[in-house]
Design a protein around this ligand. Sequence first.
Ligand SMILES: [Zn+2]
Length: 198
Amino acid sequence: MARLCWKCREKISRHHTGYLCYACQEKRIEKMIADGEDLVDAVGYAEILGVDSAEQLRRLARKGVLAPHVPEVRRWCWRKKDIEAWFKQKQRAGDVLRRTAMGIASNLRTCRYDSVICLSLSDKIGSKVYGQEHIMGTTDTGRVEPIDLVKVDRAVALNALEQLPKKDFPEFIDITDWADLTYDRINEDFIVRLEAYF
Ligand SMILES: [Zn+2]
């Protein structure tokens, strides 16, 4: 059965993907420009991202790490405001990951170097790493009492862990949860790498 353009009801070829004929696609773009939309093509987007070819842009698109382009139009184009919104959202997500990694790093440092908390190097750090409960530790003045750790959202923290490349963080080989880290894997070098990653 022949397919028809959703807009003008012209026949469109079987090999044509999408719902609009090419003429209607072009009209759609012209209309957006007439409406004052700031449109960016693939070359323009590549420039914004600082990648040097449209081919690289396509590679990024396949990974799903670009702003959504204008739908139903074969020629790739983006509304500038969608690109800007995407950047803002990405930045917010990055901020959350960074804050979470810093919180985890702080808790790793506190637990690892506190002789009340870290009794044996072969122990796992456990849920302490997420800082949700008070635990007995050593205060700045040397007294042993309940201390505060940094509260960290576990789901975000696990997401962050997934993004750490194992080749740069061999500490995570065979580990899928921060709580499973044993104290012997935690040292200052690891903590500093973690603080610098996001
Ligand atoms: Zn049409």
